[in-house]
Design a protein around this ligand. Sequence first.
Ligand code: ATP
Ligand code: ZN
Length: 364
Amino acid sequence: MRSAPQPGTYNDMNMPTEQAAIMAEAQSQATQASYDKSDLTLRDRLIEAGILIDTGEDGLYGRSAIFEDIVERLNQAITLLGADQHAEVLRFPPAMRRRDFEDSEYLKSFPNLAGTIHSFAGNDRGHHRLLEALDKIVHIGEGEERSDEWMDQQKPTRLVLTPAACYPIYPLVAKRGNLAKDGATFDAFSYCFRHEPSIDPGRMQMFRMREYIRVGSPEQVMAFRQKWIERGSLLVRLLQLPFEIDLANDPFFGRGGKIVADSQRAQQLKFELLVPVATPDRPTACLSFNYHMEHFGELWNIRQADDSVAHTACVGFGMERTTLALFRHHGLDVKAWPAPVRELLWGNADPIIADGLANMGEEA
Ligand code: ATP
Ligand code: ZN
């Protein structure tokens, strides 16, 4: 079993991959039992305090002013942390072209998580049928089975919901032609959708991800990922949250998915920064650091200056998860949070982050 997380430990960074995989497996089995009990409390407390608003659907919440304020302040701190990256800021609505999504191979790996957008595409007769079908269900009480017959009239649109903030970036870079010699860096922020309803408040169906994305040579993107493992750790340390960095894998679907996940681990392509949030014995990934090798480069035909296929990497900051971690560790009353954390979020963050970077041996 993994030991309790300490501030700033890098547990599995140098651990043989197989051992790390076995530990993760054992850990996930061992902690399943405690999941349901420990989880409810934080969610219930947040809802009771009006910080999260229950919609009646697991994983879909409203956010209060204070929750949103924290997300915004964290976002600003991440901007300061990445100021020297001169990343191109790109913002997209939380949907992408279905065509790009189809080409992305997301459905090969995570068909169960994807969210498609449908809309009524019928004629008057279809509209009548829709209204008739609706009539049958509108007065049915909570908890009773509702027919979804009205959805027969819905047809797929040309849009799907964005699964990760970096997804709209790759086809765009490809379209621009060969990269400059030093590659490219992007800054993205988006609501994302994943169909994974859960009572764990850290596992939402719609949540925000801030990302920096690096496109270039293997050396450039690997250096970027290492830099961001360190900078992400700095941010979380400044937020006074206990954490560890661990080797990870994505939840690839199906029987074949296990092989892909094992290979992802063996090649050390994904690391996560984990903080105990709602499930203390099974810390939650608040940040992830991903190296995709030439996967997206090949898929989209992204070329380096010398015409070789580009490599990509991204760092993803889970805005809701990090906010929840702050509530979990510092309490629901933000006025009572530790002074340095308050100063970072609501005071003058500039010198704090500059100092932090300088102490890591980096100039701000
Ligand atoms: P997990 O392993 O817990 O499913 P992940 O590490 O696979 O998450 P990524 O695909 O790397 O997630 O997404 C980047 C970041 O987005 C994560 O580090 C996390 O902070 C956040 N995130 C991912 N899924 C969710 C979710 N369902 N609810 C809230 N935040 C999420
Ligand atoms: Zn990404």
